[in-house]
Write a protein that binds this ligand. Structure first.
Ligand code: ATP
Length: 361
């Protein structure tokens, strides 16, 4: 197992700053995700780890070894792409063996390793099938086997599941985690799919315009986003602007908003909010409780404008006095509140009201 350290990595393509002074430490054996909006630099960073790009500035270390100038085939990484890049007319076994044949490994050893890796990805019975006779999921398993057979110390995955349907994606994401843990791989995984990341990541980094906005576990990122873009990118949220009224009271702050006073906590450890600071509050839809009586604290009042029933949750839109719409999600709803003229009060626990510094985007 090997850790990956990225130090002050920068890369430009012409005028585009693809990576802007990125520093990250990925622990040995960790399943680490890179997330962020399209064009934020995820694939560029992954390709630097593989050695396909060299940075303008900065370093990459595998363990204590500086690999910044090491060519791809000497890094002991394997990359799995969105398009699996398999040879359609060759058998599964030949596709998998190819990487070892190139490395001049003895035939008997190749045969043994192909058998082992086919078993790992549950493809033994398909070993003699041609790629164009396989389903999408089976092709994906073959591509994974081909990456694993070279016994990489790092597995780099670029949107590996994006060609699969929703059900297969669910199945394969837990397979990928199982395999990474079984082999003790340090894996870096790029995706657009936040559910994929939330469900299997040990930790993740959210990138924004070539910079790292936040690194943490799924729960840290979801419950304690430090910037508006992180709060917005992972899950749904409501933003309410306000001004800090009172300083630190056991790590909770009072904030005055156009809808009333809120008490909440901040997520950024490097920031101490002060009276008069402009802030944005982030409150998740499922953090709100609905009632017909006003609980007085941390509550917003409005009329029910919309109801969408989705079985396990009901999504409500509460229309506020100024025309803004508050999104609320009620889990396991037994009673449904209908749109109409009745006033509702939506209140949130102070641990679910997150203060975000307004200077951050
Ligand atoms: P997506 O989610 O859409 O795949 P991404 O986060 O992986 O996006 P990158 O592919 O890393 O983003 O691209 C980062 C930025 O660098 C983008 O603005 C992109 O247009 C630019 N870029 C990437 N590769 C090149 C290249 N080879 N030449 C020029 N510009 C590039």
């Amino acid at each position: 197992m090997v850790s990956i350290t990225v130090e002050n990595l920068s890369k430009r393509f012409g005028k585009t700053v693809a990576l802007n002074d990125i520093s990250l430490k990925i622990e040995a054996g960790e399943l680490f995700f890179l997330l962020g909006a399209s064009g934020c630099g995820k694939t560029t960073l992954l390709r630097h780890l593989a050695g396909f790009y060299s940075p303008d500035k900065g370093k990459i270390l595998f363990g204590s070894e500086d690999v910044t100038s090491t060519p791809p085939h000497k890094r002991n990484t394997a990359m799995m792409f969105q398009s699996y890049a398999l040879w359609p007319h060759m058998t599964v076994a030949r596709n998998i063996a190819f990487g070892l044949e190139e490395r001049k490994i003895p035939r008997a050893e190749i045969k043994q390793r192909v058998i082992e890796v086919l078993d790992t990805v549950k493809m033994t019975e398909y070993s003699e099938r041609k790629i164009n006779e396989l389903s999408g999921g089976q092709q994906q398993r073959t591509a994974l086997a081909r990456a694993l057979i070279v016994r990489p110390q790092c597995l780099l995955l670029d949107e590996p599941l994006s060609n699969l349907d929703a059900k297969l994606r669910l199945e394969m994401r837990s397979e990928i985690r199982r395999i990474c843990k079984q082999f003790g791989l340090t894996a870096v995984y790029v995706t657009h799919d936040q559910k994929e990341a939330l469900s299997i990541a040990d930790r993740m980094a959210i990138l924004d315009a070539g910079s790292v906005s936040q690194v943490g576990t799924a729960q840290e990122i979801y419950r304690s986003p430090r910037t508006k873009s992180v709060a917005d990118f992972i899950g749904e949220t409501n933003f309410i602007t306000g001004t800090v009224k009172q300083g630190n009271l056991e790590n909770y702050w009072d904030v005055i908003t156009p809808y009333g006073s809120f008490n909440g906590r901040k997520a950024d450890p490097e920031w101490i909010p002060e009276a008069g600071d402009s802030v944005t509050l982030s409150i998740r839809p499922e953090a709100f409780m609905l009632s017909e009586t006003n609980p007085g604290i941390n509550a917003i009042t409005g009329k029910m404008a919309s109801l969408t029933y989705l079985g396990e949750i009901a999504q409500y839109g509460i229309s506020l006095e100024d025309g803004e719409l508050l999104q609320i999600a009620a889990l396991n709803p037994s009673i449904l509140h209908q749109p109409g003229e009745l006033q509702y009060h939506a209140s949130a626990n102070r641990d679910d009201v997150i203060l975000i510094r307004d200077a951050t985007s």
